[in-house]
Ligand binder design. Structure first.
Ligand code: ADP
Ligand code: ZN
Ligand code: ZN
Length: 815
């Protein structure tokens, strides 16, 4: 046994900073490797830890022994630790929790192992063959089976190696209830004609016409699936068996991929690049050998960005290094997966929330084992366990869903750059509507900007017509929102048998229920927000804490049951569209209709095969889908995202409008967009109408500079919350004072500005009162030094039994 394994460094998945040294008992020394999980005593508890390295005999005297090694193979390569450390440091998050967050959920196999005593185990008890420790365990199982987790709590002392020794003696059995589900490959029968046919074609006069036709056809197409052949020659399945017996054709099975929309994916041909694509690719390839380099690929929708990703990925994996592709959401991941599989076949893994736990684990281990070259997934795929990557692609890099809003509040787009830098890899950030941050980085030389101005097939972008909603104020009910202009356009689209998308960024039926008697809005009892009526589930719901109550509830203030349902949501819009176009097939896509796994894909499938005429939805419908028969997009109210008290409201609005407009006219027919707004002159709206990103950027960046917002300042948001309104207000004041004192004392921290503390725009969520303290500085260095000091020296003020402070670095959600 090598000596180095007797001590190891361990990160624990608990809110404690730093790593800890543990001793490894001799029996376990051969199985400790960085990247594996272990079970350790920590305080009075047993917790999971991650081996981060081999430790030195430490000066600490009371070093404890690890209890067990939980994994056969490392879950992540040792090389990723520097990435994890960077994250822990940058986001002020414990290393063990960073690692835990990176790993796929469902890994806590400990919860999933059930122990059952065997007949031999019972006999051993009766015959008193058991040692004291064995006996305790077996007796605990005598009445009924028990999970490992529960047993580890009730039996003292408990050790997993004890369980294993019992298992070896067949005194108990361990059953895993969680199974790693291998995704079984689907295959399909294919048929190809043999050379022999050419030689004997004229010598077989007795060959029936049907057989001869099939052979002639096969000579033409070389190979085809039996299924497709059958659609041309209904008797083919029987006939080809005879032909195969005669040695004229060969039947074989071929691995088949079906994309989630149900179509088989065949290997595609690599197209000739357009001039613009070629230029962009050449520039990226030129720098490939020179270590880290980051590009911003700014290309209008349909300009062929994905084709560039594919060709680039091909070059990288040919040189033996893997590629990660980040895509913001599940429906787009499956589109990307389809195109990558068509090019690269099996050497692709996908990671996203649409997979079952077992499937996700399987995909993860395939990456860790080096069985794939490419990982495609949502934001968490930035943690795909490759030892060293060569290329990181972030598609739709502007998408806010790259920011995680709970636990480890990271931004996957930013981490993609960090990881690539650590590995000396290339990064491509792609978007039709880049984030202000990235475009600014390109302007200042941090990113190399590459532009694709034209759509591949020269398809023009859709024409956008603006409708001024202020003129509709006198109309009643939903007529104010389904304006005559829009109604006629929908009618005409239906008549042409084409499809319409209606976009409204608010779900539910009515978001502003008001009492008709006393005039008070109906509010959530836990939050500082009005409830939304959801007619389909017959309830008022809170979109922030999940509280709900019966739709028939009376006004909590005066008891009247006369409630007006003001405010427009997707449900109400759907009902109105049903009334206006009773013959149309209408579907809705928002968080309420897509909670079940697979439901988004089901809607997309129906959209694709024409079962839906009108699709109503929230920003879910804005994202990247490519359906040729959608020729009309209606934006019901472009202003909803503008009115948010958030400095990114303009950026978000421009992106949403430009993206949703991009859904129209992807096929042969020209698309049309009707954009309804109360602010027709707002620059986010006028520039989105012209699809003029540079013009939007120019105005927006001036505004950011004038108000000293990102990208001109870095920000850290301290969110101080608690259940007692007065206490939390005064606590927030104390934290504010402390911050000001620290900064005034230190010259080097003078560049930091403190805003607040102020009550958050959403002053109460889930019964917790919320205060914000916003820290800004032009430089990351001092800001981080300052927060570091705050977290490590004053955590007693930030977190008490009654106060919780979360630290959000580079925050997005400012409410
Ligand atoms: P983007 O990712 O910018 O939206 P895509 O890469 O999806 O654009 O390209 C749009 C369409 O054009 C796709 O159907 C794609 O297959 C096709 N395409 C892309 N590049 C070429 C090319 N060089 N020649 C022919 N077709 C192309
Ligand atoms: Zn009332
Ligand atoms: Zn609530």
């Amino acid at each position: 046994m090598s000596k180095k394994n007797s001590y190891i460094d361990v990160a624990v998945a608990l809110p404690v900073h730093g790593t800890f040294t543990y001793r490894v008992p001799a029996a376990l020394q051969s199985s400790v490797t960085p990247g594996k999980r272990i079970l350790i005593p920590f305080g009075h508890r047993r917790v999971t830890g991650f081996i981060t390295g081999y430790g030195h005999t430490s000066k600490v005297t009371d070093i404890k022994d690890i209890l067990d090694v939980l994994d056969e193979k490392p879950l992540f390569p040792k090389t990723m630790l520097s990435f994890f450390r960077w994250i822990a440091n940058y986001y002020f998050h414990p290393l063990g929790e960073v690692i835990k967050n990176a790993l796929p959920g469902g890994l806590t196999i400990y919860d999933h192992v059930t122990l059952t005593i065997t007949t031999r185990g019972r006999q051993a008890l009766v015959r008193k063959q058991t040692a004291a420790a064995d006996k305790k365990v077996l007796e605990a199982l005598e009445q009924k089976s028990c999970t490992l987790k529960k047993l580890s709590r009730t039996i003292q002392p408990f050790s997993p190696s004890l369980i294993r020794s019992l298992e070896r003696r067949n005194w108990l059995i361990c059953q895993q209830t969680l199974k790693v589900t291998r995704t079984t490959p689907k295959t399909e029968r294919w048929v190809a004609v043999n050379d022999k046919w050419q030689n004997v074609a004229n010598k077989l006069p007795k060959l029936s016409k049907a057989r001869r036709d099939i052979l002639t056809y096969l000579t033409d197409v070389k190979e085809i699936s039996v299924k497709n052949l059958k659609s041309k020659f209904p008797t083919a399945p029987r006939l080809i068996n005879i032909l195969a017996a005669d040695g004229l054709v060969t039947i074989y099975s071929k691995r088949l991929y079906r994309d989630p929309l149900g179509e088989s994916v065949a290997f595609d041909r690599v197209p000739e690049l357009t001039e613009e694509q070629h230029q962009a690719l050449t520039i990226i390839l030129k720098d490939l050998e020179h270590g880290f380099k980051a590009h911003l690929l700014h290309g209008v929708t349909g300009s062929g960005k994905t084709e560039i990703y594919l060709q680039l990925a091909h070059r990288i994996i040919r040189s033996g290094v893997p590629v990660i592709v980040l895509v913001p959401e599940i429906a787009l991941i499956t589109q990307m997966e389809r195109r990558f599989r068509a090019r690269f076949g099996e050497r692709v893994a996908v990671l996203h929330s649409g997979l079952s736990t077992g499937e996700r684990l399987d995909q993860w281990m395939r990456i860790a084992d080096g069985a794939v070259d490419i990982a495609i997934g949502a934001r968490s795929a930035v943690f795909a366990p490759f030892a060293k990557i060569g290329l990181m692609i972030v598609d739709e890099e502007h998408d806010p869903s790259y920011k995680q809003e709970s636990g480890l509040r990271y931004n996957a787009r930013d981490l993609a750059l960090v990881r690539a830098k650590l590995d000396g890899a290339t990064v491509v950030l792609g978007s039709a509507t880049p984030s202000i941050q990235s475009y600014y980085n390109a302007a200042t030389g941090k990113l190399m900007r590459l532009t694709l101005n034209r759509r591949v097939h020269q398809k023009p972008l859709p024409a956008i017509k603006i409708v001024d909603l202020r003129r509709m104020r006198d109309l009643r009910g939903t007529d104010r929102f389904i304006t005559p202009e829009l109604r006629h356009a929908i009618q005409a689209t239906l008549q042409r048998k084409e499809q319409t998308i209606l976009f409204l960024n608010r779900r539910g039926f009515a978001g502003f229920p008001v009492c008709g008697a006393c005039g008070k809005p109906i509010r959530c009892k836990n939050c500082d927000i009005t409830l939304t009526l959801h007619r389909n589930s017959n309830a008022f719901k809170c979109h922030y804490c999940g509280f709900s109550k019966a739709a028939s509830s009376a006004c909590p203030a005066c008891g009247s049951d006369h409630i007006h349902h003001l405010g427009l949501g997707t449900e109400k819009l759907e009902a109105a569209i049903h009334r206006l176009f009773p013959e149309a097939n209408v579907a809705r896509m928002d968080r309420d209709t897509t909670t079940r796994r697979g439901s988004i894909l089901k809607i997309l499938r129906q959209l694709k095969n024409g079962a839906i005429d009108i699709l109503i939805g929230t920003q879910m419908v804005a994202k990247g889908h490519d359906f040729p028969n959608i020729t009309l997009v209606g934006i019901i109210c472009a202003d909803l995202s503008l009115s948010f008290p958030d400095f990114r409201a303009g950026e978000r609005t421009f992106q949403l409008l430009a993206q949703v407009a991009g859904r129209a006219g992807r096929g042969k027919r020209l698309g049309r967009v009707i954009l309804q707004t109360y602010n027709p002159a707002h620059f986010s709206i006028t520039t989105a109408r012209q699809q003029d990103y540079p013009a939007f950027y120019k105005q927006e960046i001036a505004f950011r500079q004038a108000l000293n917002y990102p990208p001109f300042a870095r920000m850290v948001l301290l969110r101080i919350t608690g259940q007692d309104a007065r206490h939390i207000a005064s606590q927030a004041q104390s934290v504010g004072e402390l911050c000001r004192q620290i900064i005034n004392r230190r010259k080097r921290l003078q560049s930091i500005t403190i805003l607040g503390p102020i009550e958050a725009p959403l002053a109460r969520i889930a019964r917790r009162y919320r205060w914000h303290l916003l820290l800004k500085s032009p430089h990351t260095g001092p800001l981080h030094k300052f927060v570091h000091e705050l977290v490590h020296r004053h955590s007693n003020l930030l977190n008490t039994p009654h106060v919780r402070t979360t630290i959000d670095v580079d925050p997005y959600f400012m409410m």
